[in-house]
Design a protein around this ligand. Structure first.
Ligand SMILES: [Zn+2]
Length: 131
């Protein structure tokens, strides 16, 4: 087993007091948390999991378009299409009606797609961020 190492961070005293009070309640005990460190560790982990949830996923690439699933639009997520405009050498998102949006940005982060786009001399509006 790999030993977990710990690092210190500052937490407001008022929050520590609230945590200690909560740990002594029925609800606190039910969570199975025994001390302030465990409480903070658990709360931070929960927030990280929420923030790290994957928003986009690449669906497919065609000659004239790239399709991306966006989990934050529509009721259950929706697929957006980025049209590859050969004459302008740019991608154009049909959902945002823009050549510069989170979807186009995500497209330019997909290694396999970028290879194809570069071969075809397409330009990223986020070029300064592409290695
Ligand atoms: Zn878009």
């Amino acid at each position: 087993m790999v030993k977990e190492t710990w690092s210190a961070a500052n937490v407001r005293k008022s929050l520590i007091i609230r945590i200690k009070k909560t740990l002594n309640t029925e609800e606190g005990k039910e969570e199975g948390l025994n001390n302030v460190n465990q409480f903070i560790d658990s709360a931070v982990r929960e927030l990280l999991e929420k923030l790290e949830e994957k928003r986009f996923s690449h669906q497919n690439t065609y000659d004239d378009k790239v399709r991306i699933l966006d989990n934050k639009i529509g009721k259950m997520g929706d697929i957006v299409t980025i049209f590859l405009k050969e004459e302008l050498k740019i991608g154009f998102c049909d959902y945002c009606e823009s050549e510069k949006c989170v979807h186009v940005k995500y497209m330019w982060e997909l290694e396999d797609v970028v290879k194809i786009l570069k071969k075809r001399n397409f330009n990223s509006p986020y070029a300064e961020q592409i290695k």
